[in-house]
Design a protein around this ligand. Structure first.
Ligand code: PLP
Length: 430
């Protein structure tokens, strides 16, 4: 597959945009480099690049595009917003309607607030938890990404029960010292951290189903124990549902798993592809937020009619009967085909799948935590990624990301994808 225009545009982009990309995950650095494909048009499950090549898309813009590109119901909502003014700076009735939709879908929410990104949503839940508890420290889980605010760009120190170290230049050491990172799916280090710093902990931040070192489900009982121990320590539980909300069912992962946080952060799917974030929780905790309470959070773009109308339209599509069963059915087909092909060519893989989201790891070990995901074969993934791309299958350029199936994908798309997978595995084996 030739991509001279992508290469030319990327070269030009490098002169004007730092790294040539507006988010580092879009670069191909993690898969051996090269010019990322420059896309021109998306429709349904497909993309066309600036050289006229067609792709089946499993990136889904890192998750939000669960309905497929340019879904007509969402497109009409965005058109309506464009025609009636995209930004008011005043309240609108759309915000109220959307808040009610979120509350109906996710029972742990009494009150919500809309912001502009998942990063903002998570950042603010932490501020609210700190304001509510009067404490400063947080506990997070290794490998979980929660956006790019200072406090969550922190990795584990030298042991599971040490304070964090900055994961990015520019994050002050003093801030990293407020964060404790422990492994996911292992309750003992978590218990240890709480017994050491329990009365200083404002909140425990967790993706209830991990989406950022592949799709990793919690072990039975893990989240329940996290909730119990956190509450015993007088701290709040924050679920980062930026990836998971409306991904696996109409509602949150919390509703799928039957667990309840104190605060939840949202993003991605709830904007139908336009920029959005939201956070919410019980009235008592949310009333800590200005103008009712002392925790300040604001936004010029927050709750803008375009994002809200797009989000409402997206949830309307997802609320229809059979949506999640369909995603599951296609997911199962894809998983089965990839597994069979790997067996045929003797390629060591393991697949984590939940409904329409899956990760193919180049390892035979069952992946339940970040350390294991880190140890999977990145070089093999990089070769696989390029072999797939050159057959018109667009995956995320990282071994840690998920494949997202959308409701626009068809069985024929899955079959075409499996044909490409079989060719790729053949090449890897020979
Ligand atoms: N939380 C999770 C779980 C995410 O996956 C992401 C982004 O990938 C974020 C937060 C940050 O969201 P955004 O990129 O909208 O700022």
């Amino acid at each position: 597959m030739e991509r001279p225009n992508s290469e030319r545009i990327h070269k030009e982009a490098l002169e004007h945009i730092v790294g040539g990309v507006n988010s580092p995950s879009r670069s191909y650095k993690a898969v051996g480099g090269g010019a990322p494909v420059v896309m021109e048009r998306g429709l349904g499950a497909y993309f066309w690049d600036v050289d006229g090549n067609q792709y089946i898309d499993y990136l889904a813009a890192y998750g939000p595009i669960i309905t497929g590109h340019a879904h007509p119901h969402i497109t009409n909502a965005i058109k309506k917003a464009a025609e009636t003014g995209v930004l008011y700076g005043t309240p609108t009735s759309h915000e109220v309607k959307f808040a009610k939709m979120l509350k109906e879908a996710i029972p742990s929410l009494d009150k919500v607030r809309f912001v502009n990104s998942g990063t903002e949503a998570v950042m603010t839940t932490i501020r609210v938890a700190r304001a509510y508890t009067g404490r400063d420290k947080i506990i997070k889980f290794a490998g979980c990404y929660h956006g790019h605010s200072d406090l969550v760009l922190v990795a584990a120190g030298s042991g599971p029960s040490t304070l964090g170290i900055p994961d990015s230049a520019g994050v002050p050491k003093s801030i990293a010292q407020e964060v404790i990172t422990v492994p996911f799916n292992d309750i003992e280090p978590f218990r240890e951290a709480l017994s050491k710093w329990g009365d200083e902990i404002a909140a425990v931040l967790v993706e209830p189903i991990v989406g950022n070192f592949g799709i990793v489900e919690p072990k039975p009982g893990f989240l329940e124990q996290v909730n119990d121990l956190t509450h015993q320590a007088g701290a709040l539980v924050i679920y980062d549902e930026v990836i998971t909300a409306f991904r696996f069912m109409y509602g949150g992962a919390q509703d799928l798993l039957g667990v309840k946080p104190d605060l939840t952060a949202f993003g991605k799917i709830i904007g139908g592809g336009l920029p959005i974030g939201a956070y919410g929780g019980s009235a008592a905790i949310m009333e800590t937020v200005a103008p009712l309470g002392p925790a300040y959070q604001a936004g010029t773009m927050a709750g803008n009619p375009a994002s809200i109308l797009s989000g409402i339209a997206c949830l309307e599509v997802l609320k229809q009967d059979g949506v999640y069963e369909y995603l599951d059915q296609l997911g199962a087909l894809l998983e089965k085909g990839i597994s069979e092909s790997a067996k045929k060519h003797d390629i060591p893989i393991t697949i984590n799948r939940l409904k329409g989201a899956l990760t193919v790891y180049f390892s035979t070990e069952k992946i339940v935590n970040y350390e294991q995901a880190e140890n999977t074969d990145g070089e093999m993934f990089a070769r696989f990624f390029k072999l797939m791309l050159n057959q018109g299958i667009n995956l995320a350029p990282s071994k840690y990301e998920a494949w997202f199936i959308t409701i626009a994908h068809t069985e024929e798309d899955i079959e075409a994808t499996l044909h490409a997978v079989d060719n790729a595995f053949y090449s890897l084996a020979n």
